[in-house]
Design a protein around this ligand. Sequence first.
Ligand SMILES: Nc1nc2c(c(=O)[nH]1)N[C@H]1C(S)=C(S)[C@@H](COP(=O)(O)OP(=O)(O)OC[C@H]3O[C@@H](n4cnc5c(=O)[nH]c(N)nc54)[C@H](O)[C@@H]3O)O[C@H]1N2
Ligand SMILES: Nc1nc2c(c(=O)[nH]1)N[C@H]1C(S)=C(S)[C@@H](COP(=O)(O)OP(=O)(O)OC[C@H]3O[C@@H](n4cnc5c(=O)[nH]c(N)nc54)[C@H](O)[C@@H]3O)O[C@H]1N2
Ligand code: SF4
Ligand SMILES: [Mo]
Length: 692
Amino acid sequence: MENIQTTCSFCATGCNLIFQVENKEIISCKPLETYPVNKGLACIKGRNLAYENSMKYRCTSPLLRDNNGIMQPISWEDAYEIIAKKILNINETYGRGSLAFLSTGQIPVEEMALLGLVGRFGLGMEGDGNTRLCMATAAVAYNQSFGFDAPAYSWEDLMTTDLAIFIGANPAISHPVPWWRLKKENPNAEIIVIDPRYTDTAKSAHKWLPIKPKADLIFLYTLANYLIAKDYIDHDFIVNHTDNFDDFKKFVTKFSLDELEKNTSIKKDELLSLAEDIHNKKKVSFWWTMGVNQSFEATRTAQAIINISLMIKGFGEHGTGANSITGQCNAMGSRLYSVETCLYAGRKFNLLEDRKTISKILEIDDSLIPTRATLPFDQIISNMKTKKIRGLWIVATNPVVSFPHNKIMENLNSAADFIVVQDIYYDTETAKQAHLFLPASTSLEKEGTFINSERRFSAVQKVVDPPKGVKTDYEIILEIGKALGLNDKLKLDKWATPKDAFNLLRELSKGMPCDFTGIDYNKLKNSNGIQWPFREEEILIDNSRNLFSDNNFYTEDHRAKFIFENITSYPELPDIQYPFILITGRGGVGLWHTLTRTRNIPMVEHMYPHEDYVLISFEDAKKLELKNEDEVILTSKNGSCNIKVTINDVMTPGQVFVSMHYNVANKLTDALYDPYSKEPSYKYATVSIKKV
Ligand SMILES: Nc1nc2c(c(=O)[nH]1)N[C@H]1C(S)=C(S)[C@@H](COP(=O)(O)OP(=O)(O)OC[C@H]3O[C@@H](n4cnc5c(=O)[nH]c(N)nc54)[C@H](O)[C@@H]3O)O[C@H]1N2
Ligand SMILES: Nc1nc2c(c(=O)[nH]1)N[C@H]1C(S)=C(S)[C@@H](COP(=O)(O)OP(=O)(O)OC[C@H]3O[C@@H](n4cnc5c(=O)[nH]c(N)nc54)[C@H](O)[C@@H]3O)O[C@H]1N2
Ligand code: SF4
Ligand SMILES: [Mo]
């Protein structure tokens, strides 16, 4: 019997699990008691991670679509040859910009980095990830405000804070382990939830502020105005470590308390009481997730949170901060190492010096390194539709379900000359659009590293071998690189194993805010994980470290910036035709995204509905004469669907909710994006409801 420690590959909490393995089979899985992140806890997904390995929807060789449209098994050698031929052909015929990849926050750092190398450096591909649908807003907000995409906090801050304010976050479902730890380890902390819905998180908080959807920016500016007026601010910190406060102060004066309730549904008294709480509690922390990130004015909303945290006492101290919670297990890795929106380790495409550092360390020609970030996800898709992009390589994401207004993804394969889909399962909605499918191993069948929400590197260790005929993403990407003839050009010999990739990235991180030159790949295994930065020669004293305790930001003048802008008007308001606001998001602890990875878990099968449902308030149900299980047609300007009704106290009248899991929500959502982050505004559309 062997005990193998690895990192959970669902959410970005980064729990570590111990798998017992006998005769190459997993016997049991339990959360690691000593790991600082989860301390013996794990949710239903982590505990049941092994079901992901089930062979029910997996195949053991690549599949190629034949002339009749049927997927037929082929050998890996043939698959690589076909990919090389097709891709090189598209590249030669249509030139730079005719190829793209779509990637993920759910594979190890080393695999992402290799995909970036082969795709962006080797072939000049565009290449974006599902992190765009998720963390792009936080990344842009931090970059602009702090000078680097640097979430400063540790999970420990939740355990030491006196006041935790969750904005557009439902950790009771989405990040259950930190949520449980907060409740257990920090019972005296006051918890306030700002969410239009009365979520499980809101229900067990001390206060719920039922904000009107997308009214956060007005609310936060009004709150800032009031805090400044009451002088509940830290003048020394503002003067010594920030820029632009005076302009901000002037700007927010126009957000008066008189207009608050009309604009946000939050009563004046509630804001006053929140302001007093913020002033009276010693350590105040803000935590935000997709209710903020996925909006048409998301970046400025995230920065409105950052502004308040910079203004009040305690910035940089434990238990405080403006903390964006990450979604996928390795979204943080994708943000820094996928060569999509920045070069390796957050280096900049447009800086010659950064490009030179990379070409020198990787021993490749400067000219291979792109001088700009990728086109964003939505533009890659629209370039497919207009045939500017002819070939698409999709790795570990299922955009046919998860992309907004997903009608645009229908018949993707007839739009493109060649689509390769690389997934664990051959039957995802996206894999069904592939010309060629490549079967990849699960996180339990490979090695590498993840970076969690609090910047912690942790080891992914191989628990069992992949089934014969299935390959790791690392192997697949490397072999494709070789088949494309990129071996010499990219010095692929230097990238032979995930460990080699890690060591190259480590060197590339030197001197950057995310410097991890002090982390050893082998020593990371079976460890407590290590947060970046961790530099060569540094000694690890504390398992949890925060950024900015020295008030030293990554901007040129080392100061944080107050960034703000006028409010954007709603793209559409409820009217006679579409009287309800549609919100979308997570539906349960056991449900993961497009369900490919959680459908095999027996407990999940028993616990959750097998088809989608729309949540409606009691009041609206009464008005529309609906009862539970009634079927309705939901229609937005983008599409419509038949769906069953669930009536409960979660929803505020005038608002309905459809989860993102069952391929219904994105038939209705709009193709609308934040102007800075290009993250989709998944959480706002207007719809009508008709009883069938
Ligand atoms: N069980 C489970 N856990 C997950 C995932 C999963 O699929 N299943 N996915 C992971 C990933 S990738 C991510 S990104 C995270 C997402 O984690 P969360 O962001 O917590 O999840 P969501 O349900 O998308 O959105 C959170 C809340 O935002 C609220 N909201 C909507 N509009 C607004 C608004 O205008 N203002 C405010 N203040 N709130 C609003 C919604 O009502 C919802 O309750 O979860 C991670 N964890
Ligand atoms: N309406 C609406 N839509 C949303 C959201 C919302 O709140 N509302 N949230 C958005 C957010 S935050 C996110 S993160 C996205 C998620 O959207 P997706 O990334 O499209 O969702 P997943 O189901 O996680 O897809 C991951 C795919 O990768 C496969 N996979 C998993 N691990 C591996 C691996 O190691 N290797 C390979 N090759 N494949 C693997 C899985 O089987 C699955 O098919 O959805 C977004 N879409
Ligand atoms: S909280 Fe997140 S990381 Fe922890 S076990 Fe659950 S899904 Fe895995
Ligand atoms: Mo996400």
